[in-house]
Unconditional design. Structure first.
Length: 172
């Protein structure tokens, strides 16, 4: 990620043993810091419950919001809801540090990060971005309205309807 925003950092150094709550907001600026991303706009909230003990940290992370994506059917932009819940375990070690040396536990949505105890903070920016992108559906299509009618661009949808003559090229 280029020029990471610095406001998605957990400062754990001065925290007492126990559970601590952190809230973060996501805005368009968050996605602007990732120039190669297909997502350029979005908004949402992140809640982190960080439990500190003498030998490790446990973070329960919840992401809820929406990001602007391009509809695969009509090519118009729309906001797709995103939701993610996961758990991060942090163990202290002077030999390994940062999210680059991660190992995944056997449970889904759980990761183990080795962190340097002298650092005192954990940057969640990349973790948040990755899980927002991974929470998007593979196929992104406008939802239907309350009457079951597609919210896709009607002009674009009309282009999909072709008569047999149009498909074969026979216009007699």
């Amino acid at each position: 990620m280029a020029s990471k925003p610095t406001k998605y950092i957990l400062n754990y150094k001065g925290l007492s043993i126990g559970v601590h709550h952190f809230d973060f907001n996501i805005t368009d600026d968050f996605f602007a810091a990732v120039p190669e991303s297909e997502v350029k706009r979005g908004r949402g909230k992140i809640a982190v419950d960080l439990e500190k003990s003498n030998s490790l940290l446990k973070a329960d992370v919840r992401i809820e919001g929406e990001v602007e994506v391009v509809c695969d059917r009509c090519l118009e932009k729309f906001y797709e809801p995103v939701r993610y819940e996961g758990r991060l375990w942090f163990k202290f070690s002077h030999e390994l540090s940062g999210p680059d040396e991660t190992t995944t536990n056997t449970e889904p949505n759980e990761e183990l990060w080795w962190i340097n105890p002298d650092n005192g903070e954990i940057d969640l920016t990349e973790y948040i971005y990755d899980n927002i992108i991974l929470s998007l559906p593979i196929q992104r299509i406008h939802p239907n309205d309350e009457n079951g009618v597609s919210l896709c661009d009607p002009d674009m949808l009309a282009r999909f309807v072709q008569t047999p003559e149009e498909t074969t090229g026979n216009n007699e």
